[in-house]
Structures are given as C-alpha cells and as structure tokens.
Design a protein around this ligand. Sequence first.
Ligand code: ATP
Length: 362
Amino acid sequence: MKQQFDITVFNGDGIGPEIMAPTLDILAHLSKSGGYSLAFEAVPAGAAHYAQTGESLPDASMDAARKSDAILLSAMGLPTVRYKDGTEISPQIDLRKALTLFAGVRPVRIFPGQKTPLNMPEGKEVDFVLIRESTEGLFHTQGCGEVTKNEARETLLITRDISEKLFTFAFGLAKERKDQGRGEGLVTCVDKANVFRAFAFFREMFDAEAAKHPNLIADHAYVDATALWFVLKPWDFDVLVTENMFGDILSDLGAGLMGGLGVAPSADIGLDHAVFQPCHGSAPDIAGRGIANPMAMILSGAMMLDWLGLRHDAPQLVADGTRLREAVEAVIAAGNILTGDLGGSATTQEAANAVITQLDHA
Ligand code: ATP
C-alpha cells in the first residue's frame, strides 16, 4: 500500500501563503500519527512571481505538479498585476486546462452551529456536492471571443469525451457518498435542455450514464429552478453536475449559503491529477495582517486526503480527511475561536491552532 505522497504546493498571492502555512502544519501533524508521509514541495507561480520574472507558471513548476501525487494551491492573482491584454494572472485556470481537470468539486455543508443566511428548519442539515465541469462549456472561448463594433460572440462547447468522463465521475461520487452514509445516491443533472440543443445533448449523455447505475437515482433540473431550490430546499440535494458557467455561478451561491468564502473548499479533479484549493481568491484587501480565515484551505486539504486515500486504497488517509473536516466543523460550531469574516476576532494562526487542539482532543 502506498504510504508516501509527493505534494506540490503553490503558496500563491495575497493571503495565500498565510493560509497555506498552517494548513501544511496540520497535514504534517496528521500524517505523523497516521503513519504515512506527505512530502511538500513549494514551487513558484502567480501574480507576484509574474511581476518579478515575467512568468506566471514556470515550466519547472508545471513539471513538478504533473509528477506529484496531488497539488495544493491557495489563491493566485492580484488586481494590480495584469497581462498586457489587461486580464488577471490565473495559473489555476491554466492548470485545469493543462491537466484536464474536468470535475470542479464544490461541497456545500451547513451543519448545526454554522452561520448561514438560510432559516434552517429544525433537524435539517445541508450536505451536497456541486460538480462544475471545468474545462469547456461557455469558458471554451475564454480570452479569444470575437468582438466587433456591433457584435460579440463566445462559443459554448460540450464534448462527448469530457461529458462522459464528468458523468462517470458524478455517479462514482454519489456511490461513494452513499456508501459513507452521506447521501441517498441522488445525482441531478443541471442544464437548460428545454431551450438549448447543446444541453439536450448534455442530458442525453447523462441519461446514458444513469442507465448504468440502477442502484443510484438520476434526476434533472433546469439551472434557473436550481438557483431557487438552493435557497428554498438545499437539504434535498446530494450530487449535482453541471456545465462550467452554470457551475461557476451556482458554486458562489453555495458558498453564500455556507456563510461565506472563508469556509468554502474545492477540488479540481481529472483522471490522473487533482488540485485542491479554497473557492476564494487572494483577498488582497486583508493580506499581510494574519487575519484571513484558514478554514477553506484546511478543508481543501481534508478533501486531498480523502481523494488520495480512495485513489491509493489507503484507508488511513480517508479517515484523516473525515477527522480533519469534522474538527473544522467542531471549531466553527463552538463559535469562540473564529476569524473576522465569521464574526470573531481570532487570527489565522489562532483559528488553525483551534483545529489542532480539536484533533488532539476529539
Ligand atoms: P477571485 O476573482 O480571485 O476569485 P474575488 O474577487 O472573488 O477573487 P476574493 O479574493 O475571494 O475576491 O475576496 C472577496 C472578499 O472575500 C474580500 O473582501 C476578501 O477579503 C474576502 N475573503 C476571501 N477569502 C477570505 C478568507 N479566507 N478569509 C477572510 N476573508 C476572505
């Protein structure tokens, strides 16, 4: 059984290094007692690196990422540093494309004690996963759409190759969750198949995959209705799968339901590689003050342990991923050591220390 894992680390820009350092400490702490080893290799990339060197994602960093077992990334990009065409530096999007990370996994959890703008009915919990296709869809012509004086065009691309991989992944995740007692095995395809032929094609491929899983439940929903149900009855969802732009928008709505970006983790997963990073950006408005919420980054680390453990048949890593997620949830639910975005006054380090204390005493 594999017990040694090489992890490429992108410390990133803004609050990136501030939330990454305590996350690596926590992961190292877990691995010590878990009997496996995580070798972290930090590599340069991002806006600050581009400002210094003219390179946003050096080939050597890309090579290291490609060779490693998993990639941890905090946040990259700064509003003040831009390419010549005026767009922001975003190596995280380059990584998704280069490594074909088609499944953007965005868990949404609201548990007792968590801050949420929703009125949660007694006894209800929210625990669903939104899967955003992350390599094509309406992002296909990103950066090269046609704009003339009177018209602008961007092209939406849905391919059989990526869609089939995406739906296989979605039903696989629903099965895993069902096996863990975290869902009823319900997969909802979110589209606009009533209006666009491309989405009828998307849905057809979803239905073909669904037919292979008689023990799971397949459902369909239009994206506009899904936005409504995110607010009115999010506890009914389990796994949702959708196109890139729809997923981009719905995942921020999901982060809002969880009380903000500081607690929203994510993973971008392909067949051979995966990047784990918080949903938020580099938050330059609070960078350098040691007050950023590290929880989204720590929860992304927990997702990495889970993914590595399942992939390499290493149950200790899966168990530690769950332990870490539960420790973060316990700290948030206790409510006395929270960073400013959650209404507290703790520093990044104090919040991370609370997670270690919880791990050691749970
Ligand atoms: P990007 O476009 O790179 O995703 P963004 O424009 O969405 O970035 P963020 O950098 O995510 O912006 O920040 C949005 C707001 O959320 C800012 O006010 C920022 O301070 C806050 N924020 C983001 N992440 C955190 C965090 N980990 N802790 C506390 N506040 C955060």
